[in-house]
Design a protein. Structure first.
Length: 87
């Protein structure tokens, strides 16, 4: 799988978890909403990195790709945990 395909797949999974959590957020308490706000900042950072890497994914350094992937995996887990707590 290419770097571009891997990042696209990860980004789509994070977006799915994010969307599901956002739907349930309206019932949540203030503490969860604060957590959501923090995750949204990380989401914007991740999206910016992914957009940059999509333009030159094969030329990006291994370190940049790995850090972006780690951030994506962390976001995916955080949104998934938040989503599960809201169910």
């Amino acid at each position: 799988m290419s770097v571009r395909d891997e990042l696209k797949q990860l980004s789509e999974k994070v977006k799915t978890y994010r969307d599901e959590a956002r739907v349930q957020l309206h019932l949540a308490g203030e503490e969860v909403k604060d957590e959501w706000d923090d995750l949204e900042k990380d989401w914007e950072k991740f999206r910016g990195r992914v957009d940059e890497l999509w333009h030159d994914a094969e030329d990006a350094s291994k370190d940049v790709r790995e850090k972006t992937h780690e951030l994506g995996e962390s976001l995916k887990s955080a949104y998934e945990n938040l989503r599960n707590r809201l169910k």
